[in-house]
Design a protein around this ligand. Sequence first.
Ligand code: PSV
Ligand code: MN
Length: 430
Amino acid sequence: MTFAIAPDVIESGNERHRGALAEDYDALGRQLARRGIAIEGMTTRAMDFAVAVPTWGVGTGGTRFARFPGPGEPRNIHDKLEDCGVIQQLTRVTPTVSPHFPWDRVKDYNALRQEAASHALGFDAVNSNTFQDQRGQRLSYKFGSLAHADRATRMQAVEHNLECIEIGRQLGSTALTVWIADGSNFPGQSNLTRVFDSYLESLRLIYDALPKDWMVFLEHKLYEPAFYSTVISDWGSSLMAALELGPKARCLVDLGHHAPNTNIEQIVARLIRARKLAGFHFNDSKYGDDDLDSGSVDPFRLFLVFNELVDAELRRAEGFAPAYMIDQSHNVTDPIESLMASAMEIQRAFVQASLVDRELLQVVQDGNDVLLAHRLVKQAFITDVSPILSEARRRKGGAIDPIGLYRASGYRGHKTRERPPVEGTSAGIV
Ligand code: PSV
Ligand code: MN
């Protein structure tokens, strides 16, 4: 028998916080009522919100300098599902996981789907991986994959993506996320037009193999591991590709994949306008693709992204159905704690953005009352919605204080004993 957090542990843990939460919830309810907002509606919205956890995120990440493995790390997809199950059990905001192949490869995907269900988890978008060479792989991706100069290498990368679609079908997923590391390190190394054409040719084959109800999410990234140019470097290239491919192709925004100071919320607004927003890989950063915890460095930016998303949702923007996923690297924290905190920060930004009085905002914007327009948005951001988030978790059977309860449960200590370290684990991003 492996250790699991028993439901009554959550109940008794919640008992200790219940009184304080009731007081805070009432006080916030009165404050919001004065602003014409019903707290119950907000709690319902918080309860309906969901964000997917990346299977690779529960392993300890690293940098190109070093990786410092954490105790009791997941050794395989089975352990990862266990950890993701705990995140959902305590936060009740992460009912799905986004798997990565071949990292999460198993023999029987129907069995894996059932195993996930036993942890109350389903599968979100599947991610292909042609940015690494796998053991026994015939042709190397050192100089590219879907946009490689050699057709045979491109076809090998296409085949891998087709396999991911097939796996995803068995897992109950309905989207494939494609991020390629293809690009160049030297000016002159590759023809910037030809590589884009090759990418499109490969993507066309993948697109044509998508099941009827599936989408392909194109993830752009400005740099790394290619440092001079990447083939799908920005939302412009991504949008060009998505438009050329057709309605089942959309653009995925990883918050870390932009130049410093880029106005990401404006990109989000444009992609919504073009009906091409696939969804997100949430994380935070200070300098580049730092893969830090969502909302840990710039929570205002996260809020402003949600400000656009909630605006689109409430005005029922056509074709608006973004997929929310986390993509972070936890190098110095317990990944379960980081993912719980991040999921709650993302949910927080969503609820805060839901507080904006959009009718009044439009009037004020049209009247060019600049300061009041800003204050209306800012007021939503500075509202502490923690009691709403806690109450939403409590009502769904989660923990009022997920991190405190997780620590008290001794989960990591138990897993450290149950999971002796293995060589070559697929945990974490290096
Ligand atoms: C690339 O930096 C990325 O954001 C892609 O989503 C990958 O699938 C993921 O990180 C893991 O390497
Ligand atoms: Mn990503």
